[in-house]
Design a protein. Structure first.
Lengths: 148, 148
């Protein structure tokens, strides 16, 4: 099945929230009401460097990710592109959807002038670690988080 | 010595670039000419969610970091704040400058509505790992990078 990736619209949010919750870690940390997601999406829409992308197949949202373009001075003034919140519908896994998602992110990142693509992943997602390493990512860093 | 943190101006760039290069990893990856850094700083200035902060003491730039505010839908629509490119002048280390920098970042992150502060760090920076853990950060993630 072929997946088309495009920028999300507000109409896609229910599908995106369902994907976020359909995840071993997401089950415990997504909320039932849609309002917080609509507010966050509106904030993202104000920032041209921050987009929510959905993958659509047969009219349904089957994948999503967030891409943030981060110009900066470090690393010889590298512009970074960062992926967050990657999800592929459970019924679509193992069919190349993840690979297509990474290719889409790389194309968008390059088009925005980024020369480094980065993401962090919870240590417990062992299958995903192998997937990203197989797709050219190097697990060179430790990701630190602090709730505020 | 007391450090005042503020948003960087273009006049601060030579001091920032000197700090970036004054680092065990930075020595090999920063460039001599200033033009790429000026271009990156101009790109950052167009993005209100992406600021370069400098720490000043006695009129000199002695610390810097980049703070990016990333609204998003995942994690119940959490707004993240991300730190990149942290540097403290070698002569200022071990005197609380790093701690003051983290406090400044947390204040700016909270003021922007962020509820999660995050950063990645090269695995080889063992002393920095201990520093961030001592300051409430949890090394829960693996950071993957892919040059484009």
């Amino acid at each position: 099945m072929s997946i088309v990736f495009r920028e999300a619209g507000e109409r896609d949010l229910p599908g995106v929230v369902a994907l976020l919750a359909d995840d071993v870690l997401g089950q415990g940390r997504e909320v039932a009401e849609i309002a917080p997601y609509r507010d966050a999406f509106a904030r993202m829409a104000e920032d041209p460097n921050n987009v929510l992308i959905v993958g659509e197949a047969d009219g349904a949202v089957v994948a999503c990710y967030q891409l943030t373009i981060i110009p900066g001075v470090s690393l010889s003034a590298t512009t970074r592109a960062q992926i967050e919140g990657v999800r592929v519908a459970s019924g679509m896994r193992g069919q190349g959807a993840g690979r297509a998602l990474v290719v889409d992110a790389e194309e968008r990142a390059r088009a925005a002038g980024a020369t480094l693509l980065q993401l962090t992943m919870n240590r417990s997602r062992k299958d995903s670690h192998r997937f990203y390493e197989a797709n050219g990512f190097v697990p060179s860093h430790i990701g630190f988080k602090k709730p505020l």
